[in-house]
Design a protein around this ligand. Structure first.
Ligand code: FRU
Length: 495
């Protein structure tokens, strides 16, 4: 087979081989960021779900470790327990006594045990595993499961420490009820339900992978809100995507913000990412104090075609780490996301102060291989559309453009799009001009494109599979004039 290593990104995590989906158990401890993830140790499609494991010092360079939690066979001899999505926490001082006596701090994974018999779900409940050696080796808790509702649709526990009441809080979904349940515990072992939130926002797809975090408001120093993230549907029918809710959490209930009860963008909803490939994102637990904003990582893929991506021996990638914040705007409180890539060396390879085009195209004389960053400010004139053709190579190109109040990312001619009929697509995000302009920041890392619009007010993440990731870049306007300001293209390398 021809190698598909050219599609492997440099700074987005991918496994050496086999299938991955959701990030799990994101936790920082003792200088290491842990990334656990849904992993099939046996193949390149979804199955035998286990928790793979990688660690990093900067969230950009990853070291893959042996599988942390393996699918296991049950005593009945017929069913298996798969390790579905969940979270991890540090139990400082081993207060839960899960780890052996004398363990300083205990790393605890709270995951969904999915009991499966021949592809049929018999049960989904929440279970614990613990590690006394920084996640290198794990034991299953002898009295699993710790939380059981006698249903096969109850999953994705996301646990965090709630300091004001010195307790653990868990969010978990009832997917087909479009609801999140909140539980509390003092010891991680016994859980009590506190409240429920749901049946609002996007319900076009089941709800999965909830998380609740306190998020600072950028332009109101010292203030914050609680944001509930849910993986569910997408504005384009049938695809999955993510939404968020802004509100308050008093330790028991999550309530939508009184001042901001409606989505910031009524027509679009509270969309986390307008691309097709950002799902199941969760935040880091136990971040170092120097890290002022929450950091999230998502799975770069979409269930519509996930299993059929044209890569081997690996399949699936994680997003760049994203710092999240809120910003008070005319539309209310909106989510701001920015890639956390200060750990990379940026070398400017091409820049241009200003260029105005009138229904023409201009190739950038310098070709820059991925990974690269492209920053530009578009100042629309009369042009119908204005933008950049990426990874241009013969008839292949991915088009990032602005027209009529929207940013578009068109991957219909981006390269290999035929592996699944739902893959070729055009993504759209609403955008309002800021001082007559739109700021774009693209990070291209082989098959992963992340586009941050107006300092992170909107993000579009998409996979593309071009023949070459060293293709040309070309600026264009159609049907009139448009200005490109402060264009800067930088290569991204390890520091
Ligand atoms: C989300 C999800 C989760 C589940 C996991 C199984 O992508 O469906 O709800 O725990 O994947 O791999």
């Amino acid at each position: 087979a021809t190698s598909t290593e050219k599609y492997r990104p440099a700074f987005h995590f991918t496994p050496q081989k086999n299938w991955i989906n959701d990030p799990n158990g994101l936790v920082y401890y003792d200088g290491e960021y842990h990334l656990f993830y849904q992993y099939n140790p046996q193949g390149n499609r979804w199955g035998h779900m286990s928790w793979g494991h990688a660690v990093s010092k900067d969230l950009l360079h990853w070291n893959e470790l042996p599988v942390a939690l393996n699918e296991f066979a049950n005593p009945d001899g017929k069913s298996v327990t798969m390790i579905f999505s969940g979270s991890a926490v540090i139990d400082y001082g081993n207060t839960s006594k899960l780890c052996p006596t004398g363990t300083k701090d205990c790393m605890v994974a709270i995951y969904t045990s999915h009991v499966d018999e021949k592809g049929k779900a018999l049960a989904q409940h929440q279970s614990l595993a613990y590690s006394a050696d920084k996640g290198r080796t794990w034991q299953q808790y002898a009295k699993n499961p710790v939380l059981e509702l006698n249903t096969n649709e109850f999953r994705d526990p996301n646990v965090f420490w709630y300091e004001p009441q010195k307790k653990w809080v868990m969010a978990a979904v009832k997917p087909d009820e479009y609801s999140v349940l909140f539980f509390e515990s003092k010891d991680l072992k016994s859980w009590k339900q506190m409240s429920r939130f749901g049946k609002q926002g996007d319900q076009s797809k089941i709800w999965e992978c909830p998380s609740l975090i306190q998020v600072p408001i950028l332009n109101e120093p010292g203030k914050s809100r609680w944001v509930l993230f849910i993986s569910s549907g997408h504005r384009q029918k049938g695809y999955v995507g993510m939404q968020y809710f802004v509100g308050d959490f008093d330790g028991t209930n999550f309530k939508l913000d009184q001042e901001n009860p409606k989505p910031a963008s009524p027509e679009w909803g509270n969309v986390v990412d307008y691309g097709k490939d950002y799902y199941a994102a969760i935040p880091y637990n136990n971040l170092p104090a120097s890290q002022k904003r929450p950091v999230m990582i998502g799975w770069v893929n979409n269930w519509e075609y996930a299993n059929d991506l044209p890569t081997e021996p690996f399949k699936g990638a994680m997003s760049l780490p994203r710092e999240v914040a809120l910003k008070r705007t005319d539309e209310g409180l909106v989510l701001i996301q920015q890639p956390k890539i200060s750990g990379l060396r940026k070398q400017v390879r091409y820049q241009q102060k200003s260029l105005t085009l009138n229904t023409t195209s201009q190739v950038i004389p310098q070709t820059v291989a991925s990974p690269f960053e492209l920053e530009v400010t578009l100042v629309p004139g009369q042009a119908e559309s204005q933008g950049i053709r990426l990874y241009k190579n013969g008839s292949e190109e991915t088009i990032l453009s602005y027209q009529a109040g929207k940013i578009q990312l068109d991957r219909r001619t981006s390269g290999n799009v035929t592996f699944h009929q739902r893959f070729p697509s055009i993504e759209e995000a609403p955008v309002t001009l800021q001082n007559g302009a739109i700021k774009l920041r693209l990070i291209a890392d082989a098959s992963v494109l992340e586009v941050y619009v107006n300092d992170g007010k909107a993000v579009l993440t998409d996979l593309v599979f071009p023949e070459k990731t060293t293709g040309q870049l070309e600026l264009f306007t159609k049907g009139g004039t448009g200005e490109f300001k402060d264009l800067k293209i930088s290569s991204l390398t390890a520091k």
